[in-house]
Write a protein that binds this ligand. Structure first.
Ligand SMILES: [Zn+2]
Ligand SMILES: [Zn+2]
Length: 380
């Protein structure tokens, strides 16, 4: 087992980090290891997951100064102040999953564990808002991203203890898994007996699939393109009842066939870069009346000619896929620890800090072939 609290610092009290210095440009730099006050902690990053959001964000210009990306983080608490320890019920050596939201802790959303709605985490509108993986190193003490050996945890950091038996790498799947639980079960209303359409067989689609199967969905249909052949195989191994290659077959006709003309109860969009097409497929593939679809926007995507007439005639409920609640993360960690699904089939690649650029490109389909879930391991 690797030494857990060996704060054997990088070199000369420095922290090695992959710093984004411009669009699609990363430099390996040494950042300062800050003093840890009584109400804070230091996390030694074991695993930082890379997701589709990183692919989009990496290409964009910097909003503020340079930053360390990496918002899906798992690691050991390396130093813990007394106030922090008392407040969190955690101590040095504990393996934790860190949510990327840094919420205010006292608003109506924080009190119900819906941190992503807290105004303090809205980095899109508030330049002062701090989120792990999106915050410049110019904001002290600078350790705000997981593509780094250490992360700084103020008292409002949200931590989940990783259940015994899960490796840090497995726990690294907690973010897409918690989104899967949030989107499929809490937002999409999928449960026992449901028929579900999941568009996109990447890490997020596969996690929605696992959540749906775990909840007792009767039939789960997963779509992808011809490039997704391997991912569709993994979907079958995770229990998908049907998979459709949309480059080979008309998904709407096939889904109608598969459901004897009834359509799906719920639809979950887990595609990246597919534009408005999945939403149009979703509206048609849902059952005649009262289906639910969970959609994602890409950046500031517009939707000219949105078929609102067709949607309202079918009485469709439209929901937004956006992050996860506290409860979804707890359930995700339990789900991963259950080992019901062959997770190793989706944990395809791990990379070192020096390879972050390649890791992000691999998730975007331009680097290592066959990537599904990709992790950066800063001490590798
Ligand atoms: Zn992510
Ligand atoms: Zn709040």
């Amino acid at each position: 087992m690797p030494s857990r609290i060996d704060t054997a610092q990088a070199r000369s009290n420095g922290v090695l980090a992959a710093v984004k210095v411009g669009p699609s440009t990363i430099e390996l730099r040494e950042l300062d290891l800050p003093p840890i006050p009584d109400d804070a902690a230091l996390m030694k990053v074991e695993v930082a997951g890379v997701c589709g959001t990183d692919v989009t964000q990496y290409r964009l210009p910097l909003r503020g100064g340079p930053l360390v990306m990496g918002h899906e983080n798992v690691g050991y608490l390396a130093r813990v102040g007394n106030t922090f320890a008392a407040h969190k019920g955690l101590g040095e050596g504990d393996l934790v999953f860190l949510e990327h939201y840094l919420p205010c802790g006292h608003c109506e959303w924080c009190h119900i564990g819906e941190y992503r709605h807290c105004a303090a985490t809205e980095w899109f509108y508030d330049p002062k808002a701090i989120r792990y993986g999106y915050t410049s190193t110019d904001i002290a003490p600078g350790l705000w991203g997981g593509f780094s050996q250490y992360l700084y945890l103020p008292l409002n950091a949200v931590l989940h203890k990783v259940p015994k038996g899960l490796t840090p790498e497995e726990a690294g799947v907690a973010t897409p898994m918690s989104n899967g639980i949030q989107w499929a079960l809490f937002d999409g209303g999928i449960g026992y007996g449901s028929t579900v359409l999941i568009q996109g067989p990447g890490q997020q689609g596969l996690c929605c699939l696992m959540a749906s199967k775990q909840a007792g969905a009767e039939r789960v249909i997963v779509t992808g393109t011809s490039k997704d052949a391997r991912r569709l195989e993994v979907a079958k191994a995770f229990g998908a009842d049907d998979v459709i290659d949309v480059n080979q077959e008309d998904p709407i006709a096939r889904i109608s066939d598969m459901t004897n003309g009834r359509g799906a109860d719920g639809e979950l969009a887990c595609t990246v870069g597919a534009g408005t097409a999945p939403t149009l497929v979703g509206i048609e593939a849902l059952k005649r009346r009262a289906g639910t679809m969970v959609v994602q926007g890409e950046g500031n995507q517009e939707f000219p000619s949105f078929p609102i007439g067709r949607m309202t005639r079918k009485g469709i409920t439209l929901k937004s896929a956006r992050g996860h609640s506290h409860r979804a993360v707890e359930l995700a960690l339990q789900h991963l620890a259950s080992r019901r699904f062959p997770l190793e089939l989706m944990m395809t690649h791990t990379f070192r800090l020096a390879e972050v650029d390649y890791a992000i490109k691999s998730v975007g389909g331009e680097g290592a072939p066959g990537a599904i879930h990709v992790s950066v391991m800063p001490w590798k």
